[in-house]
Design a protein around this ligand. Structure first.
Ligand code: PMP
Ligand code: GLU
Length: 376
């Protein structure tokens, strides 16, 4: 008899956190973890402090304080053109990660198949396996800038998936999927009765192209978002999902309620202030700085023999070094004082790639990092 639950069998620790921990050594430039290194906008911090001073220290409504859910519903209509969402059709949970966990626990189980892009963010596979379900990997290629093509669409069409996780802009590639292609994917999902989880946590960090939310035109969608990346609030742990189908939301809420009860009270009041002009202006300034970094990183990558189409969003690049063992490459770079994540951690299509996160390193650090990468 083993002490551990069967569901733990194929679940690995998070590679992003593992490599981030390994990078925390003096002199190492850390390009591992996906986070913006900026401070949270002052208006958000002030609102959270005020909430503490006002004694807002108790449990809140499980799904989140009503004001925050109302503000999210209004945002989804105004910015994402998603209609039919009100405060009752939203659950606020402990970050994008926790809300995804609640969704997958509520919707996927033994015998179910969940389709995800290959490569994709490390926690999709782990959470699907924790739910007891199977993964169907849909291939993306470096030559196409990791934008879904025919191979992806055919694999989706012939998969036995009941759920698909879509992610644009994408982790680990930074790819922004054009609206036309999202619609092709959605049409297949509609035909095949596949429900879609649209992970839009990087929606505002786009440098080329436009964000498109499939829930603006399709019903079979749960939209996922978080405050983490947009307002540099990764430590606050607040994310949410929205769906026009109340029955779906009710099931997700049960998992959230029975595991977390509610999110941190004063953090929610802080997040409410993210819907202000001050916070939006701070986000735009951050995005401009990230764009400068992305352009710099692309320029330095052009000195190397890699395939790397310019990614339109997020704060990642995912260069392909062809026949290289990416685990060995990451180790070699760490010995040179640059920490990155091996591409294979994100799926087999990440073989020969490394993920560079430029969210937490300024131009000076990036310049030093590339001097070390390109140096003999
Ligand atoms: N989705 C994607 C694609 C991510 O990269 C991340 C990583 N931060 C998350 C969801 C979860 O974000 P958080 O839990 O920090 O809100
Ligand atoms: N999503 C970020 C990353 O990919 C943060 C760490 C995590 O949640 O995995 O690095």
């Amino acid at each position: 008899m083993t002490l551990f639950a069967a569901r733990m069998k194929d679940v690995k620790p998070s590679a992003t956190f593992k490599y981030d921990a390994a990078a925390k050594k003096p002199g190492v430039i850390n390009l591992t973890i996906g986070r913006p290194g900026f401070d949270t906008p002052g208006v958000i911090k002030e609102a959270a402090k005020r909430a503490l001073d006002e004694g807002k220290v108790h449990y809140t409504a499980s799904k989140g304080i009503p004001e925050l859910r109302e503000a999210i519903a209004a945002k989804l209509e105004r910015e994402n053109n998603i209609k039919g969402i009100d405060a009752e059709k939203i659950v606020v949970s402990g970050g994008g990660k926790q809300i995804l966990y609640c969704i997958l626990t509520a919707l996927a189980g033994n015998g179910d198949v969940v389709a995800i892009p290959n490569p994709s963010w490390v926690s999709y596979e782990a959470q699907i396996r924790l739910a007891g379900a199977e993964v169907a990997w849909l291939k993306l290629n470096p030559e196409d800038g990791f934008i879904p093509g025919d191979e992806f669409l055919t694999a989706l069409e012939y998969s036995k998936a009941k759920l698909l996780i879509l992610n644009s802009p994408a982790n680990p590639t930074g790819a922004v999927i054009p609206e036309r292609i999202i619609k092709e994917i959605m049409n297949i999902c509609e035909d095949r009765g596949i429900y879609v989880i649209s992970d839009e946590v990087y929606e505002k960090l786009i440098y080329e192209g436009r964000h498109y939310s499939p829930a603006s035109e399709y019903e079979n969608v749960i939209t996922v978002n978080a405050f983490s990346k947009t307002y540099s609030m990764t430590g606050w742990r607040l994310g949410y999902c929205a769906c026009t189908d109340r029955a779906v939301i009710e099931k997700i809420e049960i998992v959230h309620q029975q595991s977390l009860s509610c999110c941190t009270s004063f953090a929610q009041y802080g997040a409410l202030a993210s819907f202000t002009k001050e916070a939006e202006d701070a986000m735009v300034r951050m995005r401009e700085e990230l764009r400068t970094r992305r352009d710099y990183v692309m320029k330095r990558l052009s000195e190397l023999d890699v395939i790397c189409k310019k990614p339109g969003g997020a704060f990642y690049v995912f260069p392909y070094f062809r026949d290289v063992d990416d685990y060995e490459l990451a180790d070699r770079l760490l010995r040179r004082g640059v920490a990155v994540i091996p591409g294979s951690a994100f799926g087999t299509q990440g073989r020969g790639c490394i993920r560079i996160s430029y969210g937490g390193a300024d131009i000076r650090e990036l310049s030093q990092a590339f001097d070390r990468i390109t140096g003999d």
